[in-house]
Design a protein around this ligand. Structure first.
Ligand SMILES: [Zn+2]
Length: 143
């Protein structure tokens, strides 16, 4: 496409006069700017998506997610993601894991001896506070 400065200006002015739908969708409901891709995929900015996830799970679930990833204060943050599994039997632990799965924070892996191994997803790693290197570490350990 050949750029036409005059046309670009007209489009810009039109947007200012009456913001079109695509422009509105680049602002999250919270008022923060977000990418069109993020908003079309999640319907909200990354911060709001994370807040919605935290609302969807129980407080204790989040601690289990952190435990799953070794993202606990006994370990320096640079080590977080050194593990990525949580063996759940039946009952409350399993229910907690299911909530994490529904929230997109974890996936169910292999089952053995009446235990199911759950692993944090990339989103789960992010939610637990892992940085890029930690997420990479955790994803490699997912076995
Ligand atoms: Zn938002």
């Amino acid at each position: 496409m050949i750029a036409n400065p005059a046309q670009t200006t007209r489009h810009h002015l039109a947007n200012q006069a009456a913001p079109d739908f695509s422009l509105i969708r680049k602002i999250c409901a919270c008022g923060n700017a977000s990418t069109a891709k993020q908003l079309s995929q999640h319907g909200k900015c990354a911060a709001c998506a994370l807040a919605a996830i935290r609302d969807a799970i129980m407080p204790g679930d989040f601690a289990k997610l952190q435990h799953m990833l070794g993202a606990v204060k006994q370990y320096p943050k640079s080590k977080w993601g050194w593990r990525n599994y949580y063996a759940a039997g039946g009952g409350q632990t399993h229910e907690a894991m299911q909530r994490l799965v529904v929230a997109g924070l974890a996936t169910a892996g292999r089952a053995a001896n009446e235990m199911t191994y759950f692993h944090a997803t990339r989103l789960g790693c992010k939610a637990a506070g892992l940085d890029g290197a930690g997420i990479k570490r955790a994803m490699e350990d997912e076995s």
